[in-house]
Design a protein around this ligand. Sequence first.
Ligand code: 0RA
Length: 624
Amino acid sequence: MYIGATNSSGLHHLVWEIVDNGVDEAVNGYGSKITVTIHKDGSLSVEDEGRGIPVDWHKESNMPAIQLIFSTLHSGGKFNSKAYSTSAGLHGVGATVTNALSEWIDITVFRDGKVYHIRFENGGNLKVPLEVVGKTNKHGTLIRFKPDKAVFSTVDFKWETIYNHLQEEAFLLKKIRFILKDERSNQVHEFYYEKGLSEYVAALTQNKEAIGEILSFDDPSSEIKIDVAMVWCSKVYDESILSYANSVRTSDGGTHESGLRAGLNRAVNDWAIQNKVFKENQKLEGADIREGLTAIVAVKIPEDKALYESQTKAKLDSPEAYTAVNNFVYDQLIHYLAEHKEFALDLIHKCEASRDVRAAARKAKEQARGQKKATKIDAVISDKLAAAQSKDYKNNELFIVEGDSAGGSAKSGRDRMHQAILPLRGKPLNTFGVTMERMLQNVEFSTIIQTIGAGIGQNFDITEAKYGKIIIMTDADTDGAHIQILLLTFFYNYMKPLITNGMVYIACPPLYRIYKKSDPSHKFVYAWDEESLEEGKKKIGPGYGINRYKGLGEMNADQLANTTMDKKTRKLLRVHINDPLTVENKINVLMGNDASQRRDWIADNVSFTLEDSFIDEVKKEGKR
Ligand code: 0RA
């Protein structure tokens, strides 16, 4: 039997499987509301307003259909993939898997004026056979299950995880209402989007200044259903494109995404040429057209035509999607531009400006290569950066260190071959809502850009990065947390691929050193939190002493190297973006103008595990 991960992601997968079934009913026109409730006893329920799971007798298997659906994997196409064509198609097996991995599951069906109930226990054994338990005039299905704690490493349903998932579904499936209730905290949240993707784009760009309105086009009639929304924003120097195929996020893009790019390219260039906007025989490159663009493309393809590059469905491969999206976006956009001439001109001028900036950057780079003449920034770099000796860039690490004194210790404690140290003086600039020009005037950031050596924004080329890991190393206090957030905001705005490729890390210096008073330099352990402090005390035994490190500077070079930098012993947190909207929301709180909100957030959330940081999830090195 297929059992995915048994971690938190696998646990929540059970929820998505059950929610998908209700969504399928709603998408097919049966009901428009799905309610998810997290209960206090560790169970979760999903209620839909669909037709209700069939309860009629299934002759071949000699049991009610509902029992068959829940008890046998792949219980016949009749009840799963054929009946449901719209979602990912994975789920037909969902009900059975959820049953198999639950301590118990109660299914209540409201159908034909009656309330039916059936219950399974201990991984899918029938406990209470199907029976009529009452009368009703509603229709739908209520499934409540308690995941088996022997199977999962955690059985804690996370509000935020479910919130994000339901919100994403609600954006994609406009006009379906999702309600999330948490009886543990009495929180309730409702998601309902009348306009779908354009509201998603609005949420993603809520902190930004839009150029023109949000464009949204959809074509629900053709065989491949296409839904697109997009907007350009000023002071944004890269592109964000999200794509979905059959309601599943395709994080590696694919043919629908390249179709969008191609359609955009053709439409903008054709319109400009037709309207004689370009001076000479010019054309705009795709990257210039897409600078500042936030776009979402969602396609629905019949299952037999939905090809993916791999099992994980992260990249769509269907050639039909390329052609369909390309032509659709072209037609819609060229039509829109024709009707909004002022916007069209604004947009093209913006594209031309980014083309000029990119050309200038390229030229400067080529010149610098040719001349090898030291610039002012080069001088700063050679003064501050302790470079790594190796030219094996992938294995090199750049430590960005808070303060000159910790920088000094890091320089003497490092592995010179592969570790480079760049100390930061003071707080870096808050790059939120700041123009690129302003950011570039900041010495700290121009130094970081030059040191990494891969450009910024639309010019950023990850293959040119001189480091495989960028490690932010600050004191474990609120100032340090603030510096981390400022640096992460910069990387997020200007070098996003570093984050999406898992190359940005936070170093975790220990908070305590517990030693034997009688032999302090030989008998000691480090602790990173209160729990390991207690363990440390036990380990050292009677006669222990404690050093509390208030900052990196209180450690000498050896201690810093051993605890925080040495590959064999250190702890690193990898910065990872789970949900793009959560990041935007958190950046808004953290980096917007309201300094008091920011202080509150840091005070509430920074315990130096950063688990809940604005970059949604930060994971231990090595684990993905
Ligand atoms: C198979 C056939 C029909 C409905 C369903 C399954 C169904 C399954 C689930 C799972 C959760 N909620 C659900 N709602 C419906 C159609 C039965 C008919 O023709 O009436």
